[in-house]
Ligand binder design. Structure first.
Ligand code: GAP
Length: 599
């Protein structure tokens, strides 16, 4: 359970988010709707900056990644092929008294005394044979257990229920079988599909069912061939997308961390299967140790690509102000891997609400998963759509012809075996497995194969929350009279700060100062977000911008007008949010100075 200090810190962060217009509860005037959040003026800017940084880094600054923007509602066949219709479920338990649902893996352990009842009767002669158990904290009287049991039987139609004891109460320790709400024994776990269902067109029938996408990735797979054919890309290359995703989470929690509507930033990076790399290069390069493996090479196998993308993604986070020390690289254990994944690294951020290990260190929560997904997704879409998702690779065809017959036989066998495994696992009829795997393996000689994929998949909202938590600081700083006060400051990296610079005339009743300040605002505005503020004492104005995370403040004072010191005419003070130091900068140099810092 999170300690009080953590709760207080999160409360202060949540309160700042509301107070300063980063995050609002969706539909707040109607009491809100659980798991949905709106972004206010500062939040909208911050979110846009995060997405812009990601888009620039992942596609605009690379030759080998193309962008896509697909629809949220797609053919339901896509979700059959991806496995979401059958398996995208959380195991859920329900409290029989409060009807509240919990994810099985999120029920907190509790200890206490368990009272058992075999049923109940009431004065009117009505009976219930449903058994019931409830845990109450040690030391509480039996009446507490009876109270909950009565509520349980009332829900079964016995308004004045008299629960019937079923043996002696027992002591139970560290159990997850009892409701954190009422202490009642939770229901058996049931799978609960997380996809939001809707209907396309005016008729609400099974034929018209559609789903709000639970991830953006599948659209990329479904459009793989179109992008390949229109973008002049060749494997290895990637397709990336930013967009909304929807999951009917059983227990949305931790502010925006687990929401029901959120945004993802996903890259599907298509690579050659290792057998193809070996046919072309004679060998497959594998990681020699941890760290960034450098610029991509033709002989890289999936493990090099996987490590490359993990490291690229960590660099991205560092670049926008999340130091490596705030992140954890978690390699999923074999038993945790999705059935199609060969390896997955979760990049975790140490949120204030993260669990702590035995040393008291925060363990972190997932910001992003980087998965090596083999050729599962394209293979599934090929099977379900009947349209080939394979590629023709000129270099493979040429390389294959130069191999010895033994090498050809060896690679063919290995490729056949992996295809055989995939087809068998996905339930294809054994006879067809044999035939298809053989055809697939024979395709290598002609230069054909289905690409494998490495998928870095990040959440915008989680990253935004991580950036806010990381930036939040409370510090002692002198006010205008030199008295120490607590200043709340969001120390965002200038690259993602919602407002880059605030412009203040020292006094609002001096038209020359106001005119000059507006000139400075207009000079900078085409290049960055600028906030003009003339209201209140200058110290208050600084504090307001500190809370908004604005990295720079410009004050136009009498020196700017050349009134006190002629040599300072047309200079302004440039205040640094973090050090609070002020330097004088010539107005003509301002744009260059600031652009260097915010880009
Ligand atoms: N295509 C792979 C995929 O969707 P995921 O781990 O389920 O993988 C990827 O989701 C990322 O999306 C997560 O790392 C997280 O940042 C974000 N995400 C997932 N569920 C979320 C939720 N309920 N609320 C906010 N973000 C979520």
């Amino acid at each position: 359970m999170a300690d009080q200090k953590t709760n207080d810190l999160m409360e202060r962060i949540v309160s700042l988010c509301k107070r300063r217009g980063f995050v609002f509860q969706s539909s707040e005037i109607y009491g809100g709707i659980n798991g949905f959040w709106d972004y206010g003026p500062l939040g909208a800017e911050l979110k846009r900056n995060i997405k812009d940084q990601w888009w620039r880094t992942m596609t605009q600054q690379r030759d080998d990644v193309a962008g896509l923007e697909a629809t949220i509602i797609m053919s339901p066949r896509i979700w059959e092929a991806s496995g979401h219709v059958q398996t995208f479920a959380d195991l859920m338990v329900e409290c029989p008294v409060t009807k509240k649902r919990f994810r099985v893996d999120q029920v907190e352990e509790s200890s206490g005394i368990v009272y058992k009842f075999s049923g109940a009767k009431d004065a009117s002669g009505k009976t219930s044979a449903d058994s019931f158990e409830v845990m109450v904290p040690a030391g509480k009287p039996k009446e507490s257990a009876l109270k909950v049991a009565k509520q349980f039987y009332q829900l079964r139609g016995l308004p004045a229920a008299e629960p019937i004891d079923n043996g002696e109460p027992t002591k139970v320790e560290n159990s997850t079988l009892y409701s954190p709400d009422s202490g009642a024994r939770l229901s058996d776990p049931r799978p609960f599909n997380l996809m939001f269902k809707t209907f396309v067109g005016p008729v609400e029938s099974d034929d018209n069912v559609a789903y709000l996408r639970p991830e953006t990735a599948q659209a990329i797979f479904a459009q793989f061939k179109n992008v390949l054919e229109t973008s002049r890309q060749k494997v290895p290359f990637g397709i990336c997308q930013i967009g909304k995703a929807f999951r009917n989470e059983v227990t949305p929690r931790n502010f925006t961390f687990r929401s029901r509507e959120f945004e993802q930033m996903e890259l599907e990076f298509f690579i050659r299967p290792d057998e193809v790399v070996e046919a072309i290069c004679g060998e497959v390069a594998k990681p020699k140790g941890p760290g960034h493996p450098g610029e991509p090479q033709t002989n890289w196998g999936w493990q090099m690509w996987h490590q490359y993308w993990v490291e690229e993604r960590i660099r991205f986070y560092e670049n926008i102000g999340l130091p490596r020390t705030t992140l954890v690289e978690y390699w999923q254990k074999p038993e945790e891997l999705a059935h199609y994944a060969r390896a997955t690294v979760d990049i975790l951020f140490k949120f204030p609400f993260s669990k702590k290990n035995e040393k008291g260190e925060l363990m972190g929560e997932e910001l992003e998963g980087v998965a090596a997904r083999s050729d599962f997704d394209l293979s599934q879409h090929q099977r379900f759509s009947g349209k080939s998702q394979g590629v023709f690779d000129e270099e493979l065809k040429a390389g294959w012809a130069k191999l010895t017959p033994e090498k050809q036989a060896d690679l063919t066998k290995r490729y056949y075996e992996t295809r055989h495994k995939y087809l068998t696992r996905t339930g294809v009829h054994p006879e067809q497995v044999e035939r298809t795997a053989k055809d697939d393996a024979a395709g290598l000689a002609k230069g054909n194969y289905i690409p494998h994929v490495i998928e870095p998949s990040a959440g915008v909202d989680r990253l935004m929350l991580a950036l806010i938590c990381n930036a939040y600081a409370e510090e002692l700083a002198p006010d205008e009279k030199g008295k120490m006060e607590t200043r709340v400051v969001l120390k965002f990296h200038p690259r993602i700060a919602p407002i880059k610079v605030a412009v203040f005339p020292l006094l609002k009743n001096r038209p020359e100062l106001v005119k000059k300040a507006m000139e400075v605002r207009d000079l900078l505005r085409p290049y960055m977000t600028v906030f003009y503020d003339e209201a209140g004492a200058i110290g208050r104005r600084y504090r307001r911008q500190d809370e908004a995370g604005t990295p720079f403040g410009i004050t136009i004072d009498f020196e700017t007008l050349g009134e006190n010191a002629p040599d300072q005419k047309d200079t302004v003070t440039l205040r640094d949010r973090d050090t609070m130091s002020q330097t004088r900068v010539n107005i003509k140099d301002l744009l260059g100075v600031l652009l260097e810092k915010v880009r």
